[in-house]
Design a protein around this ligand. Structure first.
Ligand code: SF4
Length: 251
């Protein structure tokens, strides 16, 4: 809704979201997330005195998801196994306590409920709790933390982190993984944005009110306000999947 009300209506009212689930960047991102989820689930099991074998090792987990989802996934297995092995070497001396993996999180903002899923939550040796978001990319860039610091999703996660963990909350960590050879890895602390955090509840309320107003207006769903801006319609992830629909109307 903050990005483009028309895009929101296409997706949530008209169910016209494009199926991009087999697009290579998304497939590689999903597979790496799966490998890291299994990796940290097994570590958490050991730390808690449970049986890590309840979770598949990440390498067979990657192979299993590829068999399940077909050739568009299978073609990435070999590369991602190598990438995962390089990740393990890079972070060999990790010493934090895993608190949660793929954790659903909720926060109440007025009458609204904010939901999110944390890739990894851990406690460091100083007792600080960090929410870690895995970011996979073909090309790792140091300036990525600048634009992620204005990401509504990550500001929202930070907001939830403060609500859930209180004074123990340390902040957000971007766990960057370059899955293209040569593999590269970096962990960046998201720069603080106290004004965004302060204003975040109002941002959520504004977006929810806008949805309600547009719903109550009776305006047809394919006529909701359009961002119609070259920076929004064509982002660094590529063109909005609805671009042709917006240009030509729904055929
Ligand atoms: S193409 Fe632009 S105006 Fe159309 S839905 Fe996408 S972001 Fe909105």
């Amino acid at each position: 809704m903050l990005e483009c009300p028309q895009k929101w209506a296409y997706k949530y009212k008209l169910d016209l979201d494009e199926d991009r689930s087999n697009a290579a960047p998304l497939v590689k991102g999903s597979m790496m997330h799966l490998a890291l989820a299994h990796h940290y689930m097994r570590i958490q099991a050991v730390q808690e005195g449970k049986n890590p074998e309840e979770w598949l090792h990440p390498v067979p987990a990657l192979k299993a998801i590829a068999i399940q989802n077909g050739p568009e996934w299978a073609e990435h297995v070999d590369n991602l196994v190598k990438c995962y092995e390089a990740y393990c070497l890079q972070w060999l001396d990790e010493s934090f306590e895993v608190l949660a993996v793929e954790k659903m999180a909720y926060a109440k903002i007025g009458e609204h409920v904010l939901t999110g899923r944390f890739d990894l939550v851990f406690r460091d040796r100083q007792g600080k709790v960090w929410i870690c978001d895995h970011k996979t990319t073909g090309r790792l860039q140091a300036n990525q933390k600048k634009y992620y610091s204005i990401s509504g999703q990550l500001v929202g996660y930070s907001y939830m982190g403060h609500q859930i963990y209180g004074e123990d909350f340390g902040g957000m960590i971007l766990n960057q993984v370059q899955h293209r050879n040569p593999f590269k890895f970096a962990r960046l602390r998201l720069p603080p944005a106290p004004n965004l955090l302060k204003r975040f509840p109002q941002v959520v309320d504004d977006a929810e009110k806008r949805i309600k107003e547009l719903e109550d207006s009776g305006r047809p769903y394919d006529q909701w306000p359009m961002a119609i801006n070259e920076l929004t319609c064509y982002s660094r992830y590529g063109p909005c999947p609805h671009m042709e629909r917006c240009k030509w109307g729904i055929q």
